[in-house]
Write a protein that binds this ligand. Structure first.
Ligand SMILES: *Cc1c(COP(=O)(O)O)cnc(C)c1O
Length: 407
């Protein structure tokens, strides 16, 4: 049947990125250099933020954002149970408690009215996720956070290039975090970035990503940024005695969450091509929509008319008469035909670790659970051809019908 494998996702790397990475390699400067700075400035500008802090992953960025906001043990953070697990795990990293609220079945993001109801005196932040890159309700969460005088953290790891009412993902709330794993809209292999207009928060994140080195404004901070290269080529001393003093001063418990120059160079190329990448993704989403619009057993993603999507993934839902087992059989059948498919996302509160630690049970967040039992991600990448989409859709319809007939 199929002549070639159609993967779930595939990075889009051109000679521009390869040349930039080669330039970084030849420069001899492999960490803390000009590529990082360029990547930070171009991405921050793109999402209309004053500061960007590149780091080793989206997870690391979210961890730093919560630390920089001073969230810790005894605090509660409101978030969604329908997401990639990192958005909730980072709340546990800082010793706080994730408080889940159920989703709205259209956008698949948190139901804003339930967010408001979940706020208690212990609530110290709202960590909102643009699930599957859908920015719907981001402005509503922002208003709720402002009303209660708590910060909103935007986990926009799946949403680079999308916007709501003309505002780009990454521009909502106090701080936003992007991720650049290979399946995201742009990739650095591994990587992430914190974006904010708050200079103090950005400075704390710069310190946290580099072993807690002093902020530029602090008395021991003698260099222009906390992680400026006192180690020029990777060895100490090249920038002189005073800089070395600052390099070896650690003001807070920090981490090594830095991004290398090779990763940043890849990011510089990818962000330069972002418009082209978003256009390619919109084209593929359009092909799927046209092919599947009339399939009554499938539900397509619902998009707010005021939103522009950059399409992280293309996730369909089987209609409500289908069970989880039937959905799982459709996924397995697609895979047997060399078509990538996945059950994005199993609910976070029902993951073994969360059940055990917090005592969650099936039924706690019924909408997220019902959606999660019937979602199905299909292959989605920039270079997908019309023939690829045709083949996926024909096979998918066949497999879905077969489950229907066998019932
Ligand atoms: C990808 C992703 C992250 C971060 O992932 P990393 O692999 O750590 O870069 C965080 N939250 C969500 C919702 C994601 O999809």
């Amino acid at each position: 049947m199929s002549t070639h494998e159609i993967p779930l996702s595939k990075p889009d790397i051109t000679s521009l990125e390869i040349d930039l990475v080669t330039t970084a390699l030849r420069s001899g400067r492999l960490s803390i250099g000009p590529m990082q700075e360029q990547f930070e400035m171009s991405l921050a500008a793109r999402v209309k933020r004053d500061h960007g802090v590149a780091c080793s992953s989206g997870t690391a960025g979210l961890h730093m954002a919560l630390l920089a906001l001073g969230i810790g043990p005894g605090d509660e953070v409101i978030t969604t149970p329908f997401s990639f697990i990192a958005s909730s795990n980072v709340i546990l990293y800082v010793g706080a408690k994730p408080v889940f609220v159920d989703i709205d079945p259209m956008s698949l993001n948190m139901d804003p009215s339930k967010v408001e109801d979940a706020i208690t005196p212990r609530t110290k932040a709202i960590l909102a996720v643009e699930t599957f890159g859908n920015p719907m309700h981001m402005d509503a969460y922002e208003q709720i956070a402002a009303r209660h005088e708590i910060p909103m953290v935007e986990d926009c790891c799946e949403a680079l290039g999308c916007s709501l009412k003309g505002r780009p993902a990454g521009s909502f709330g106090r701080v936003g975090v992007f991720g650049f794993y290979p399946n995201k809209q742009i990739t650095t292999g591994e990587g992430g970035m914190v974006v904010t207009d708050d200079k103090r928060l950005a400075d704390i994140c710069r310190s946290l990503r580099s072993q807690g080195r002093p902020l530029p404004s602090s008395p021991v901070g003698t260099s222009s940024t906390s992680d400026a290269p006192a180690f020029g080529m990777g060895g100490p001393g090249v920038a002189g005695h005073s800089a070395l003093g600052s390099w070896l001063t650690h003001e807070r418990l920090g981490y090594n969450y830095r991004m290398s120059e090779l990763q940043a160079a890849l990011g510089v190329g990818q962000i330069r091509r972002l418009d082209q990448i978003v256009e390619a993704r919109q084209r593929v989403a359009g092909l799927y929509t046209r092919q599947l619009m009339d399939a009554h057993e499938l539900m397509l993603p619902t998009i707010d008319p005021q939103a522009v999507m950059s399409w992280f993934v293309f996730v369909l839902r089987l209609s409500t008469e289908y069970s989880r087992e039937e959905r799982d059989r459709v996924i397995a059948a697609l895979r047997r035909h060399d078509i990538g498919a996945a059950d994005y996302f199993p609910c976070i509160h029902l993951q073994p670790f969360y059940r055990e630690r917090f005592g969650y049970r099936a039924g706690d967040f019924p909408i997220a659970e019902s959606v999660s039992a019937r979602t199905l991600a299909v292959p989605f990448f920039n270079t997908m051809t019309e023939q690829d989409v045709d083949f996926v859709c024909r096979t998918l319809k066949l497999m879905v019908d077969r489950e229907n007939i066998q019932r």
